[in-house]
Design a binder for this molecule. Structure first.
Ligand SMILES: Nc1ncnc2c1ncn2[C@@H]1O[C@H](COP(=O)(O)OP(=O)(O)OP(=O)(O)O)[C@@H](O)[C@H]1O
Length: 590
């Protein structure tokens, strides 16, 4: 955690709770009152004993009744405090999750993609949960840990200032020793949590990469990384345990009632022997004063909890601090006038200090035409495709859809005009039909089926156990890559948006699937403005325009034949492609 964060962290715990501050304060007041009542019960108990001693045959009904009332009140107040803090925690949890979800819907999609779903899920689920636990359980304890010792001290002072000072002195020495023993524990806690995170990341990587791991490196490299993270964690845990164990045993030894009791007994006895104290006051001091040490103990465990919660808050705030994509005012927003796409002197870098990934890219895709983006790996093709839906905003220049800068239209208007079919298809844990009609809730079953037929998906969907009502995704049926792709194509066909951005699928091993996919794509592309990132050059020979990217620059543009004749980058790519086809053929003949 950066120093800046650590310095301001005390404040940040309370800042993030601002929406439920009132309720938390109320819970803390109730907890403080509960502590006061508990203390009051002890004082009245002393009074009761005193009255009993003064008149042994008489039951002091009034003080006895008061003890019962105060004890019950303390109990009820403490319960209500926890009730309130739990309500506040649930409200805060819901508010934070809603805010995070809303914010994630407005930050650049690129941030979501780059951060990764695992890390974002952890923030939205685990870190918000950690905050819930803190608010629910710790805020009332906080109030008690501060109110009890202070009130006890005031009461003791009122009873006898000498004994009050003696009890406080014992505690002050105890606290000083404990603080000395706990020096550096904050840093140790941070190391402990950092090592814990390291292990969870290594586990996620190990599990997620299992198919690759088992095929390529027999698991050794990734496993070693996992093992190293575990060893490091173990080392930190042992160190932390030794340190925390020692300091917690020490605080229990010192902050327990016995040392205070011993001092109060000795000093009280001595004062009584000199007639400087009466027995009833001494008794009251003994009853009240011994609890003072114990009431400080929660402060120690709360310190650990605060450190842990601060780390969660830091991660939540990091996500919330990601700037949202600027969106125009509704009155000033504009609407595309046709289905064209235009890049005007676009520069783009992923990070403010990173290299230019696109430089001065200018091109126009007229309505209803097909444009293919080709170029060597890393040339910037996918980046061009992802800038259109504003995964990120350009660093310089502009991108126009239908003659309007994408930054000047409302996000849903942009979405209504552009459909995307990317390689990493995502299906929701819902039925096949609902996956197809995603975003168009009103679509009838006939429309869904027509879209599926055009996407060459109808036949295999019909063969699924419950046809269109078969659940897919998590705990649903397993679909092949080609089948999943065709479902997303059916979705795009149903959406019927004028502009289509395609990241062409890399070869699917099964030729039958590939033929179906090509047919599905050509149905999807009919009549649309198409921008297609092409990996297999065979599919783009008929394109109206081929844009050849090389190292972030638009190196060549034109139709297939002209580009081949030109003898430049495209001609080289084409030659290589043809050679590869020949090798494949030779391989098949052998
Ligand atoms: N999220 C990212 N953050 C930083 N740099 C990135 C990111 N994505 C891509 N790049 C870089 O931008 C450059 C262009 O990448 P891009 O994916 O657009 O190339 P491409 O032409 O689509 O490549 P391929 O054909 O291999 O998919 C590359 O140098 C790549 O390393």
């Amino acid at each position: 955690m950066p120093d800046k964060q650590r310095a301001g962290s005390g404040a940040s715990v309370w800042t993030i709770m601002r929406p439920v501050q009132g309720q938390i304060r109320f819970a803390m007041v109730l907890a403080g009152l509960a502590a006061a009542c508990a203390l009051g019960a002890l004082s009245v108990l002393a009074w009761t004993v005193h009255a009993l001693l003064a008149e042994p045959g008489q039951w002091p009904w009034l003080p006895l009744g008061l003890v019962v009332v105060l004890t019950v009140l303390a109990f009820v107040l403490r319960l209500s405090a926890f009730n309130q803090s739990h309500y506040a925690a649930f409200r805060l949890e819901t508010l934070l999750r809603t805010d995070l979800a809303r914010h994630l819907a407005r930050v650049p999609l690129g941030f979501v993609q780059q951060t990764g779903s695992g890390a974002l899920t952890k923030v939205v689920m685990d870190d918000v949960k950690a905050l819930h636990v803190f608010v629910a359980d710790s805020t009332p304890l906080y109030a008690r840990a501060y109110v009890s010792p202070v009130l006890t001290f005031v009461l003791l002072w009122w009873l006898d200032w000498r004994l009050a000072l003696a009890a406080t002195a014992v505690l002050a020495v105890g606290m000083a020793v404990v603080s000395l023993a706990m020096r550096g524990s904050g840093e140790m806690m941070q190391r402990y949590h950092a090592a814990g995170e390291h292990v969870s990341k290594a586990v996620v990587e190990y599990v997620q990469a299992m198919p690759v791991v088992r095929t390529f490196d027999i698991g050794t490299t990734t496993f070693q990384r996992y093992q190293r993270a575990l060893d490091e964690f173990m080392e930190v845990v042992l160190q932390w345990y030794r340190m925390a164990g020692f300091s917690s045993r020490l605080s229990m030894a010192i902050l327990n009632p016995l040392p205070t009791l011993a001092v109060l007994v000795w000093l009280g006895g001595w004062l009584i022997s000199r007639d400087a104290l009466d027995a009833a006051t001494w008794l009251a001091v003994l009853l009240v004063g011994t609890g003072m040490a114990e009431s400080l103990l929660p402060l120690m465990s709360l310190k650990h909890l605060v450190t842990k919660t601060q780390m969660s808050i830091h991660r939540i705030q990091e996500v919330m601090a990601e700037p949202e994509l600027p969106v125009p005012q509704e009155q000033q927003a504009r609407t595309p006038v046709d289905g064209s796409v235009c890049f005007d002197q676009v520069d783009f870098r992923y990070t403010s200090d990173g290299p230019l990934v696109l430089q001065n890219a200018s091109f126009k895709v007229p309505q209803g035409s097909v444009t293919a983006l080709v170029g060597p790996s890393g040339a910037g093709k996918t980046t061009v495709a992802r800038l259109i839906p504003r995964f990120w905003d350009v660093s310089a220049g502009s991108i126009k859809v239908g003659g309007v800068d994408v930054r000047e239209m409302l996000p849903d208007v942009l979405m209504q005009h552009v459909a995307f079919v990317f390689q990493d298809t995502f299906l929701f844990a819902d039925t096949v039909a609902n996956n197809i009609r995603l975003g168009i809730e009103g679509a009838t079953m006939n429309e869904v089926m027509a879209a599926a037929s055009a996407a060459q998906a109808h036949d295999f969907i019909e063969r699924l156990p419950q046809g269109y009502d078969t659940p897919v995704g998590e705990r649903g049926v397993f679909l092949s890559g080609g089948q999943r792709q065709r479902i997303t194509i059916a979705r795009a066909i149903l959406q019927n948006r004028p502009i289509l951005v395609l990241d062409e699928a890399t070869a699917f091993a099964d030729p039958e699937n590939e033929a179906a996919l090509v047919a599905a794509l050509s149905n999807l592309m009919r009549g649309k403005t198409v921008l297609m990132v092409a990996h297999r050059l065979s599919t783009i020979r008929g394109s109206d325009q081929i844009l050849v990217f090389d190292q972030g620059r638009l190196a060549e543009r034109g139709r297939h034949d002209a580009l081949v004749a030109q003898g430049g980058v495209y001609a080289r790519l084409w030659n290589n492609y043809e050679k590869a086809q020949d090798w494949a053929l030779l391989g098949e003949q052998a």
